[in-house]
Design a protein around this ligand. Structure first.
Ligand code: CA
Length: 338
């Protein structure tokens, strides 16, 4: 009752929830706008400030501190991003709006449980407009199962306590299957005449990829310890851009935010914190990107030609990619689905 007293629907939140972007930015803009000197410096400074805590978190959960910091930097700019909404008001507004009523009623009940159990201070429950809590941006159900009281003060304070924040992010990733001492991705060089249709999400061992001529970008051979790992080949910008072997942990980062480009940025930030290089191959920026309307038209045309792009929705998903591959193959083009 106290949690909801005086709350009225917030029209700003409804407007934000109903906004649809006209186009999705190209992957190279997404990466460049997030792997910035500022964000790299911010991560390094935070690491220097709380290194013993990060080391202890890494030792407990097996997740490297660079990955924790990468997620932290993207979710809340290391806690510097303003949380402009009351979580109760944001969740209640989205439940009231009705598009995802049951889901947000569930979040609201979880929020009440957080307070009832004394895990969080009710005065502290700030969120994004979508109801994501604190510096790791957890929804309330995730908070209940996953947030950690790392300093043992009785509160899982993901708003102000950096140890609680770092441990909560690491716990989330370890809980979803993070494998210590395995890479996230490795950049690859493809042989000439390579069949780009192999970059269709199929898992093969690194040894198998090596037999097909897929080599480390820096030359030489793949590390012995990686040869038995399962990886998929990923061309985020098609045949003219970088080629990446994605390992299991790449998919684990996607569990935090279901986006390939998000996972790629987290991994690139982690490398940058350690002073390691970013991608060697350049992005094919000259290719530009499609608007939602253009993607809709593409899907309609592909369906008309008998390629199954699915119900046209203006979003370039895996079915559209498969349909584009089919068309490219029929035209003797590089079947990269891009
Ligand atoms: Ca605590």
């Amino acid at each position: 009752g106290r949690l909801l007293s005086g709350i009225t629907p917030d029209p700003r939140i409804v407007e934000l929830d109903q906004r649809q972007p006209e186009f999705v930015s190209p992957v190279w803009d997404y990466v460049t706008n997030r792997v910035t000197a500022n964000r790299i410096d911010g991560g390094r400074n935070l690491k220097a400030a709380i290194n013993p805590t990060l080391e202890a978190v890494q030792a407990r959960y097996g997740v490297p501190s660079g990955i924790i910091l990468g997620v932290w930097g993207l979710e809340s700019n290391y806690g510097e991003a303003a949380l402009n909404y009351s979580a109760a008001a944001a969740l209640a507004t989205l439940a009231h709006e009705g598009r995802r009523r049951a889901q947000f009623e569930g979040y609201l009940l979880a929020l009440a449980e957080m307070v009832e159990r004394g895990l969080a201070d009710p005065a502290q429950l700030r969120s994004s407009w979508a109801g994501a809590l604190g510096q790791p941006q957890f929804m309330p159900d995730v908070y209940l199962t996953t947030a950690v009281d790392f300093d043992n003060d009785g509160r899982r304070d993901i708003w102000n306590n950096r140890g609680d924040v770092a441990a909560s992010i690491a716990h989330y990733l370890s809980d979803r299957g993070w494998r210590a001492n395995e890479p996230v991705f490795e950049e690859a060089r493809l042989p000439s005449g390579f069949d780009y249709a192999l970059a269709d999400g199929t898992l093969r061992t690194v040894a198998d990829w090596a037999e097909r001529g897929v080599a480390p970008i820096g030359g030489g051979a793949w590390p012995e310890a990686h040869l038995g790992l399962q990886a998929q080949l990923f061309l985020p910008a098609g045949a003219q851009g970088p080629a990446l072997l994605l390992h299991h942990n790449f998919g684990v980062i996607r569990r935090y935010n279901n986006s390939d480009r998000y996972a790629l940025v987290v991994a690139l930030l982690a490398r940058a914190f350690d002073g390691r290089e970013g991608l060697v191959q350049s992005w094919p920026r000259q290719l530009g990107s499609l608007t939602r309307e253009q993607i809709l038209e593409l899907q309609t045309l592909l369906n008309g030609l008998g390629y199954q792009a699915g119900e046209p929705d203006g979003l370039f998903g895996s079915r559209t990619r498969t349909a584009v591959r089919g068309f490219q193959t029929s035209q003797n083009l590089a079947a990269d689905g891009f």
